[in-house]
Every structure is written in C-alpha cells, then in structure tokens.
Design a protein around this ligand. Structure first.
Ligand SMILES: Cc1cc2nc3c(=O)[nH]c(=O)nc-3n(C[C@H](O)[C@H](O)[C@H](O)COP(=O)(O)OP(=O)(O)OC[C@H]3O[C@@H](n4cnc5c(N)ncnc54)[C@H](O)[C@@H]3O)c2cc1C
Length: 501
C-alpha cells in the first residue's frame, strides 16, 4: 500500500511541477489581446473593496450581493395590465423585455417567472461566450452568435460585469479529428469569427503545456462570463425603466383571449394552492426553456410538435491546487448527433460559485425536466419523452452515445476518460464534484436535433409569439436573439402602427 501511494505521488510530481511553471508563466504575452489573462473578480459590479472571506465580513458581502441581486418582486401585482407580457425570466425573456423597453419608449412590459429569482435554470448554469464557428454559415444561429457575443462583451463592459476573453482551443486528438478542426476553421471564417488560427501539436503545448493534441482550432475571442449576473443586470435595467415589472413566483398556467383582444394570463405560485394570480397583456411572448412546448400548448400552439427533451450536464471541478492546469477553454471536436456533447475544461468567473476550472458537462437523459439529480423523477415528463417518436429516432440512431452518456453520468472514471484524451495527466483524485445544469433539446422529424431557434408565430388569435427552441449558444446570443424577437413581434403584432412607439 505504502509503495503504491508513493509511486502515485511520484507520478503526480511532474504534473504539479508543470502546473507551478504554468502559473509562473501566467504573465507571458498571450495573443494580441491584453484582456486574455484570467482575472480574479473579487467584488460585485460597482464595488471596489476586497472582502475577507470569513465570518461577519463574509456575511456583509453576502448582504451586499443580495442588494445587487433583484429584490423579490413576488407576485403582489401593483399593476396587472401591460402592453406585453413575457413568460419566462431566463436570459432570453429578460433580454427581450429590455430590448422592447429600449425600442418603444411608451411600452409597458411584465416578465413572469415561476421561480423566486431570475434565470435559475439553463441560464444560471453556464458560462461560455461562444465565438460562432460551430454554426452553419448563413443560419440564424451563426448570425446571432457572432453579433450576440460582441453585444455581450459590450454589455458586460458597460455594466462592469466580470467577463473575460480567455480564448479557446478545440482540440483534435487524431488526423481523423483534424478534419473537423479544418471544417470549423472554414465555417468560423465564413461566419465572420475573428482571429481563428489552426495550431499544430507543438503550438498547442506551447500555449497549454498540460494539453496534448494532434492539432487545435484556436479562437482568441471566445470567453467566459457569469450569466446569472448578466441576467440580474438585465432585470435591474428592466425595472429601472419605470414601465416594467418582474413578477417572480408566478407560474403561468392559462391563457385566454378576451373579447377586447387582450390576453388574460392566470397562474399560481408554485407549490401553493392559491390564490389565483392574474395579469392582462396586449401581446404575449413565451420564452419558457424546459417548458416551451407546454407553454405553447397553453397558448393554443401545437404542443405535440417540437417537444422538449432534457439532458443533465454534470460538471466536476479541479481541486484548488490544480486550478491553473489550463487557462483557456479546452473543447474536444464536436460529436454526438447534433446535441452539444463533449467534455470540456473551462475556467469560470462566477460570483456564486467562485473561480473554478470546471470539467464537463455530460449530456445524460433526465427522468424529470428539472432533473438536476440522476434519480429526480416525474412521470409526466418521462411519459412525454418516451412517447416522443423523434426522441426515439435520435436515441436509436445514436445508441452508443445514449448509453455512453448515461454511464458517464454515473461513473466518474468514465466521465474523466473523455477529458483525459487531451489532458492525459488528469487523474480522478484531482477533481471534486461541481454543479449540474439541465439543458433542453428539441428533436424534429427523423430524430434530428433542432439546431436553430424555432418561433411559433401569431398564435392565440394573432396575439402571441412562442419561442420554442433556444439552445446553446442562446446565452451568448441572447442580446441578438432579443433583437430578432423584437423584429418578429413588431411585424406580427403591427407595432410600428401602434401608439406605444
Ligand atoms: C450545462 C449547460 C451548458 C451550456 N453552455 C452554454 C454556453 O457555454 N454558452 C451559451 O451561450 N449557452 C449555453 N447553454 C445554453 C443556454 O444556457 C440556453 O440556451 C439559454 O440559457 C436559454 O435561455 P432561456 O431563457 O430560453 O431558458 P431558461 O434559462 O431555462 O429560462 C426559461 C425560464 O422560463 C421559466 N418558465 C418556464 N415555464 C414557465 C411558466 N409556465 N411560467 C413562468 N415561468 C416559466 C423557467 O423557470 C425559466 O427560468 C448551456 C446550457 C446548459 C444547461
């Protein structure tokens, strides 16, 4: 036992050494950008003091955070009539509300969110600002990602939110995978992504000594951000307009078009029996994430089509002593039948979860739409997924992927093996559990993972627009998606002729 331990310790020594060297090298010039170094953000926007992380001081810090975070505007409804009601307080709903308030100086807007804070689901569980090389040239995804990423960096700069252009390498581990690197390079250039370069094995290890690859696509403008903070800042701007309300703990459960043309939305406070909550809207936009299809059904849209299936993305994180193992985002080349799978390593800037180097996510089918843990189970959700022929078509076409992801979710070694392909010195004792996110995915006929946003227009007698699919990179792209939604809404609801303008 003794000798096994000491030989393990010896094996680890070179990696420790290289990590120490890497931190020392942290200051070397790196690409053209002076913002490329990872920066530790130890305070919230607008603050300038360094807080101790213990005792009373920590408590004070937390209270400050609470002040910055949106105050619970539960559903006590001072106002119950709005020009537009947006259902879903994730980043897409919030960005859309802000965009409408900016475009139309007289418009009144409410956002309904079923949880007790904004952006608690998909939006609050990721950090990547994508640059735009994954998407088909000419697609809405490509356009909104490239434009959205620049808008996102600008928004963060204006609002003093922690965002970092830390860069990214998409690594190929073989000549076969290198073909994907070349494809992404061409695609990225066609999409207008700036600064892309293809690196050979030596350039990869010069840049990231703990990464071993055949080649890589390097993207200097990929970055990281805290999307919960971005959402809080969006929410603050919405409220500051003086023409808007964010009603938390308001789960919309029924939509009815009234004789005067307006829509009555009723709802409940989740896990309570009553009282019934109510607001009225001229127009409705639903941005419901996991529940996009059910909300569509409630508004008279086609709930049978474009149903949501959810996947759990588990993360591990490097223990603190290994946090400098890499300094930029390291992704494998994409795989997985069109769903975003591929265990990657990413530094984070997150006020809630701190500075970590996370590894993940997996993409494991969930037994509940909010299935953050393996055993979370909701019969309605499982039945809906298992009776969805498009999901079955996907699963059968990708059997090894489906079982592989399930196994990976339960088995830490199998999970890490995915990252060890390009980070060979990574071992199981270097990581600890981190957070888990759940992502929604729509499958279209024949088991094709929907790879673009889906808008269901002019439902409920022409009053309502349903955003049916907003997968990754919808956080990156959110400010550009909001522009697109506002354009569609203006056309569908003929707002250019309306007084609100
Ligand atoms: C693990 C993971 C990693 C990801 N990585 C990235 C990345 O690196 N970069 C990137 O750009 N994107 C990434 N994504 C994708 C991104 O998070 C989503 O595309 C984006 O957050 C979608 O935003 P949304 O507002 O549509 O959904 P959500 O954030 O899920 O918000 C929808 C909201 O609607 C609310 N809601 C639903 N039904 C009702 C109702 N009836 N009444 C009231 N409220 C309701 C929900 O409570 C929820 O808050 C990732 C996602 C996950 C899960």
């Amino acid at each position: 036992m003794q000798s096994a331990l000491s030989s393990r310790a010896m094996l680890r020594a070179p990696l420790r050494a290289s990590i120490v060297t890497l931190s020392a090298r942290h200051v070397r010039p790196f690409s053209a950008s002076s913002t490329s170094y990872l920066h530790l953000w130890d305070h919230l926007p607008g603050e300038s003091v360094n807080e101790p992380s213990e005792g009373l001081a920590k408590l004070k810090g937390r209270m400050r955070e609470e002040r910055f975070r949106v105050k619970p505007l539960l559903n006590t409804a001072e106002h119950d009539r709005f020009d537009v009601v947006i259902v879903g307080g994730g980043i897409v709903g919030l960005a859309t509300a802000r965009e409408l308030l900016n475009r139309y100086p007289k418009m009144t807007v409410a956002v309904l969110e079923k949880e007790r804070e904004v952006a608690p689901h998909q939006t609050g569980h990721n950090s990547g600002i994508h640059a735009g090389m994954y998407y088909e040239p000419g697609s809405t995804m490509a356009h909104t990602c490239v434009r959205g990423s620049e808008l996102m960096y600008k928004f963060c700069e204006e609002n003093k939110l922690p965002a970092q252009r830390c860069g990214k390498m998409i690594v190929a581990t073989s000549a076969e995978e290198h073909k994907q690197v070349e494809k992404l390079y061409k695609q990225g250039n066609a999409n207008g992504v700036k600064g892309l370069e293809i690196f050979d094995a030596k350039q990869v290890s010069d840049m990231e000594p703990n990464i071993k690859a055949y080649s890589a696509l390097y993207s200097p403008n990929t970055g990281i951000v805290d999307y919960s903070l971005v959402s809080d800042a969006l929410a603050s701007q919405i409220l500051d307009s003086g023409r808007a309300d964010i009603k938390l703990a308001f789960e919309a459960t029924n939509f009815k078009k009234l004789a005067d043309g307006s829509v009555e939305i009723t709802g409940i406070e989740p896990s309570q029996n009553g009282p019934t909550l109510q607001v009225h809207a001229g127009n409705v936009i639903t941005c419901g994430g996991f529940y996009a299809d059910r909300l569509a059904g409630l508004t008279g849209g086609n709930a049978k089509k474009d149903q949501v299936v959810t996947f759990r993305g588990t993360y591990y994180q490097l223990k603190p002593e290994y946090r400098t193992m890499v300094r930029m985002n390291i992704y494998p080349v994409p795989s997985g039948g069109g769903i975003p799978v591929g265990v990657h390593i990413t530094p984070t800037v997150n006020t809630r979860r701190g500075h970590a180097l996370i590894i993940g996510p997996g993409a494991c089918f969930t037994f509940a739409r909010e299935g953050y843990k393996f055993w979370d189970f909701k019969a309605k959700d499982v039945i809906q997924s298992f009776t969805n022929p498009d999901f079955w078509a996907f699963a059968l076409k990708n059997i090894s992927l489906s079982f592989g992801e399930l196994y990976k979710d339960l088995n830490k070694r199998a999970f890490l093996r995915a990252a060890q392909r390009y980070a060979p010195d990574l071992t199981i004792d270097m990581v600890e559990p981190s957070f888990t996110g759940v992502m929604s995915q729509v499958f279209r006929e024949g088991g094709i993972a929907a790879s673009d946003y889906i808008m269901e227009r002019k439902v409920l007698g022409g009053t309502t627009l349903n955003v049916r699919n907003a997968p990754s990179p919808a956080c990156t792209a959110s400010l550009a998606i909001a522009e697109m939604i506002a354009d569609i809404a203006a056309e569908d609801f003929q707002w250019s002729k309306a007084e609100k303008k």
